[in-house]
Design a protein around this ligand. Structure first.
Ligand code: TMP
Length: 228
């Protein structure tokens, strides 16, 4: 079946502001009459959410690195087939908090898995699905650590298994995301979140307005279609 909706993914290191900005974009699109599905990885389906718990929480037996890759990909396969592709076929726009670029950044650049193998196993899971646009929200490791500390203090939570990785791991992940964006600049738009959140939101909207659209998007006042 032909897909008519748009698939937009949000990526970035921990504390990059994805959840805030994905919600702002959802509201912006809905104001323009677009039906939006907001989802996330790992997760997005009942099975995916169970896999998320396994991946994030402490168990007597943490997954070995290759099992970790396959768990993320199992969640993705279920998500693509059960939620993302059907929603796109119904003309909905799917906004997804993390997708394949997280696997390449975290398991590839972070854990050191061979990129060709990761691309092959990801291709198996997504069967040809590719985001129309990926918003890469960039943040320095220092800001990322500071934001995580504030979030954990305000929500009284402790860092999960991946958040607890060493600073060097998170630095490799951030550099990995930037390398992925340099390889595919037409799909991945890098937006620094080290500035006023309103400016970040405007930059996200501008990236979306550049997509070839079926529905006209009327820019909000103060958000012209001009490129930065
Ligand atoms: P978050 O959605 O709250 O950011 O948490 C997801 C965590 O899982 C985050 O630490 C990044 C990590 N992750 C991977 O390592 N590989 C993946 O493929 C995905 C989707 C997420």
């Amino acid at each position: 079946m032909k897909m008519t909706g748009k698939f937009i993914t949000f990526e970035g290191p921990e504390g990059s502001g994805k959840s805030t900005h994905i919600k702002l974009l959802k509201a912006f699109l809905e104001e323009r009459g677009i039906e939006v599905v907001l989802t996330r990885e790992p997760g997005g389906t009942p099975l995916g959410e169970e896999i998320r718990k396994i991946l994030q929480h402490d168990h007597t037996e943490p997954p070995v690195p290759s099992a970790e890759v396959l768990l993320f990909l199992a969640s993705r396969a279920q998500h693509v087939e059960r939620l993302i592709r059907p929603s796109l076929e119904q003309g909905k726009w799917v906004l997804c908090d993390r997708f394949a670029d997280s696997t390449f950044a975290y398991q590839g650049y972070g854990r050191g898995f061979d990129m060709a193998s990761l691309r092959a196993v990801n291709a198996f899971a997504v069967s040809g699905l590719r985001p129309d646009l990926t918003v890469l929200l960039d943040v320095t490791p220092e800001t990322s650590r500071a934001r995580l500390a504030v979030r954990q203090a305000s929500t009284a939570t402790t860092p999960d298994r991946i958040e607890r990785e060493a600073a060097a791991f998170h630095e490799r992940v951030r550099n990995g995301f930037l390398a992925l964006a340099a390889e595919e600049p037409e799909r991945l738009v890098v937006i620094s979140t080290e500035r006023d959140p309103a400016e970040v939101a405007a930059a996200v909207r501008q990236a979306v307005e550049r997509l070839p659209l079926k529905l006209p998007l009327n820019p909000l006042p103060g958000c012209s279609g001009s490129r930065q």
